[in-house]
Design a protein. Structure first.
Length: 262
């Protein structure tokens, strides 16, 4: 259960950090580049991982072990009721709810700024479409996660205590579905990943053609003298290269005729 608690804590902190990141990137670009440098981004990632280890720290206390009981299909803390109350009520439910509320506030402000931006920028520019796509992907993933969090902590109230299957569906099964939906959402909003499932052969063919083109280009460039002028601007098969080649051959053929007149 440590990996599950660590993963959920890391996800909500990462989601909050990404929401702040998007908000600053769109509304204050100059300030954003000063804050989210490579060094600061690494420090933020380390802080998220370190702070997400609180679940592991609490599980080290006696009576705070969270175990799965097969007779009821439920997760229970072993002995310490106070530990269970602090972890479940405050750290997992209230804290996550408040953090997600602030993340939603940042995302709502980002959405308003993004709509204004799209009204000014040309609609056929690809980076604007990508911004909207990744923004929607992150928001949907966050809502799914928080919805399952409430289902995990409050869903048991809708089923009888003796209904083991119902309790299992709103807790363990719902939590596992969240991890599956996270991957599905990523695939739905990513064209390259969708092509792996819709047209896998095309990906391999394009990759082979790209490698062959790159190899042929490098071979052609290496076969020419580096001191020759403007040769690096022309590639075999282009109009410019054909014109240059014809002009050179024509001058060579005409050279003997000019010598006869002299």
């Amino acid at each position: 259960m440590f990996l599950g608690g660590f993963g959920s804590s890391r996800f909500i902190h990462k989601y909050f950090s990404v929401a702040v990141n998007r908000f600053l990137a769109i509304n204050t670009p100059a300030f954003y580049h000063r804050i989210f440098t490579i060094r600061n981004t690494k420090l933020i990632a380390i802080a998220i991982i370190t702070f997400s280890l609180w679940h592991f720290v609490f599980n080290q206390f006696d009576g705070c072990e969270l175990l799965f009981y097969s007779d009821t299909y439920q997760w229970y803390f072993t002995e310490n009721a106070t530990c269970a109350y602090i972890i479940i009520e405050y750290l997992e439910l209230y804290y996550i709810s408040v953090l997600f509320a602030f993340a939603c506030l940042f995302d709502f402000c980002t959405l308003i700024s993004l709509v204004r931006h799209l009204k000014v920028v040309a609609r056929d520019r690809p980076f604007s479409k990508n911004d909207v796509r990744f923004f929607l992907q992150s928001c949907i993933t966050g809502f799914v996660f928080v919805g399952v969090t409430f289902c995990f902590h409050l869903g048991y109230k809708f089923f009888d205590e003796n209904d083991k299957l119902g309790q299992f569906l709103v807790s363990t099964f719902a939590w596992e579905c969240t991890h599956s939906l996270d991957g599905i959402i990523v695939v739905l909003f990513n064209k390259e990943l969708r092509r792996i499932f819709t047209a896998p052969n095309r990906i391999f063919v394009n990759r082979i053609h790209s490698q062959q083109h790159s190899t042929g280009r490098e071979h052609w460039e290496s076969s020419h003298s580096p001191n020759s002028k403007n040769l690096h601007l022309y590639y075999p098969g282009s109009v410019a290269s054909q014109t240059t080649t014809k002009a050179a051959n024509h001058s060579i053929k005409k050279q003997p005729e000019s010598q006869n007149y002299m």
